[in-house]
Design a protein around this ligand. Structure first.
Ligand code: FAD
Length: 448
């Protein structure tokens, strides 16, 4: 089965973009789409530019977990808000996005891991989230099919949800357009237009759009765009592979993860399957430059990432990707409409074998489709959600670090308020841009 969204997908939102608006949002993933939606709700004229297709990159390729469990404590209140917003948004679209409150469960394969789950629990309690720690016997009583030898217990959050990503994000784009946002697919933002250091517009491949505010929500491409304007963030992207299986009777209806695998049931009766904490990094100039900031991450998980000397041509951090271009030149963004990495099929077959071994009752697992996405990440595994002091009118919402799908509606609401100068309602201190330049230690926090 070919991946359902690609650069061959017919354009649903053609241009040309208007010549003037209040806000331009760069990037049509879940973050950009939700930001545009909430800006429209606040009465702003908003134009969202997407170089390829809505949700064609990370936002369609993810596992579809909408998870409060294990979040960074500063993300958690925004995620709790997002959970409420998901239910509202699902009712506001005329599409079935497959939203199911089926819970998220992490299985502990050692007492140390179970203790780390226990250490996170107070954060859930503080936010009124229904997370529970299950020891071996409680796990057996609650989820008998998950209680296997070698599993010491679990952390579970019944109110966590799932949805079908490649249906969901285009459906959210539909709501945004209905509520007044203008979306243009196949239209890259090349450069900001600045006057006296302030945002006055965006140069797109379809011409200049005058505006006072820009939100950069470009996923894996954000650092490349920002650096061309002198704004440095140590953002890198790692390849993560996932697969959809033929219909399968998994031992659990919710989403679950252990060291070797992560799965969730899909609306089509199959499962989405992936390797939990395994990623692949293609080394490029950004990776070399950012390496010292990733020291804490590498120490905490020295074997979670596999390294390759170079990315395929055209990737954001490929050695040959241009770092500077003019507004009237073709930019790297339009040279690669959709970042579509080749999946690591050998790894995915090992994942299936791990599930078959632990849960023999499942029988042989067959994949219908495999794909990969480039997860954009930051050294402390939390995003940048901030206004850029040095460039008035510029706001950043990026670096969701592998968990941006679930929190998307919450982050979109927050970003819309930031742009409008309204109180975002949450403490965004941990997501400030200046942490990368003010000597702050890269703090991984207690997220699981
Ligand atoms: C395999 C995998 C599994 C994951 N599982 C989960 C999960 O279960 N739960 C969860 O919460 N998160 C998960 N994630 C992470 C989640 O998918 C991302 O954090 C989230 O989708 C990021 O959204 P985004 O809008 O920031 O970026 P993206 O979805 O990558 O969107 C950015 C968009 O910006 C566009 N763009 C970039 N530059 C320009 C430009 N100059 N002009 C115009 N357009 C531009 C790109 O084409 C792209 O479409 C997973 C990710 C992967 C890859």
């Amino acid at each position: 089965m070919p991946f359902p969204i690609s650069d061959a997908t017919p354009i649903a939102f053609p241009g040309p973009p208007p010549r003037e608006t209040d806000v331009v949002v760069i990037g049509g993933g879940v973050i950009g789409v939700c930001t545009a939606l909430f800006l429209a709700r606040k009465g702003r004229r908003v134009v969202l530019l997407e170089k390829g297709r809505i949700a064609a990159e990370q936002s369609s390729r993810n596992w579809g977990w909408i998870r409060q469990q294990g979040r960074d404590p500063q993300e958690l209140p925004i995620m709790v808000e997002a959970n409420h917003l998901w239910t509202e948004l699902a009712a506001q679209t005329n599409v079935d996005i497959g939203l199911v409150r089926s819970g998220v469960t992490y299985l502990a394969e050692s007492e140390t891991e179970l203790q780390s789950f226990a250490n996170w629990l107070p954060h859930a309690t503080a936010q009124g989230v229904d997370t529970e720690l299950l020891d071996r016997s409680a796990l057996k009583a609650r989820f008998p099919d998950l209680a296997k030898s070698g599993i010491h217990g679990a952390l579970t959050t019944p109110s966590d949800m799932r949805a079908e990503p490649w249906v969901t994000v285009p459906a959210l784009a539909g709501i945004a357009v209905r509520e007044g946002a203008v979306i243009v697919e196949g239209c890259a933002a090349r450069k900001l237009d600045l006057e006296g250091g302030r945002v006055t517009g965006v140069h797109s491949e379809a011409g200049r759009i005058a505006c006072c505010d820009v939100v950069v929500a470009g996923g894996a491409w954000s650092s490349l765009f920002l650096r061309a304007h002198g704004v440095a963030i140590p953002q890198l992207s790692v390849r993560a592979s996932a697969g959809a299986t033929e219909p399968v009777a998994l031992p659990h209806q919710g989403a679950a993860a252990a060291a070797d695998f992560a799965f969730r049931m899909r609306a089509d009766g199959g499962a989405s399957l992936a390797a939990g904490g395994f990623h692949e990094l293609f080394i490029g100039p950004d990776a070399v430059r950012a390496l010292p900031k990733y020291a804490a991450q590498l120490r905490a998980d020295p074997f979670g990432t596999r390294f390759y000397p170079a990315a395929p041509g055209g990737y954001p951090d490929a050695w040959t990707t241009r770092r500077q271009w003019q507004a009237d030149e073709v930019s790297p963004f339009e040279r690669m409409r959709v970042l579509n990495p080749k999946p690591n099929s050998a790894k995915l077959r090992k994942v299936a074998a791990s599930v078959e071994r632990l849960f023999p009752q499942v029988g042989p697992i067959r994949y219908r489709a495999m794909w990969a996405g480039m997860i954009d990440t930051l050294p402390d595994v939390v995003p940048v959600v901030d206004r850029v002091d040095a460039i008035p009118g510029l706001t950043i919402g990026t670096g969701m670090s592998g968990h941006g799908f679930g929190i998307g509606p919450g982050m979109g609401r927050v970003l819309a308020d930031l742009v409008c100068g309204a109180a975002p309602g949450h403490d965004l201190g941990r997501f400030r841009l200046s942490r990368f330049s003010d000597g702050s230690r890269m703090d991984l926090g207690p997220a699981l």
